[in-house]
Design a protein around this ligand. Sequence first.
Ligand code: 5GP
Length: 112
Amino acid sequence: MATIFTKIINKEIPANIVYEDEDVIAFKDIAPVAPVHILVVPKKEIATINDIKEDDAYLIGKVYLTISKLAKEFGLAEKGYRVVSNCNEHAGQTVFHIHFHLIGGEKLGTMV
Ligand code: 5GP
């Protein structure tokens, strides 16, 4: 089912887009939790990590390549950063179109 991220992908609502190609889009989170908080999103509508199929392996690889490039571009690579992807209720997923939070720019609290 389409979510707010589909509207961003289709340019129906604005977002601060920092990267885009035919498969992947990345934009700044509207409610950042750190100095750098970017959402890296495959354009294909996949609701949760549970719904990733074999055929999506290349796409998910591309997402991580994008994360690696953006981490360098935004000056996070050397000191470090965190990548978070929430799945379903217990993790607090709110947008049911898979996405990867790229978070950094300061020392992050321990999570796991
Ligand atoms: P989740 O809670 O599903 O892991 O992450 C959803 C993220 O999307 C949240 O961090 C939230 O701030 C962000 N978000 C929700 N709606 C919008 C929006 O319209 N624009 C942008 N840029 N971010 C959004």
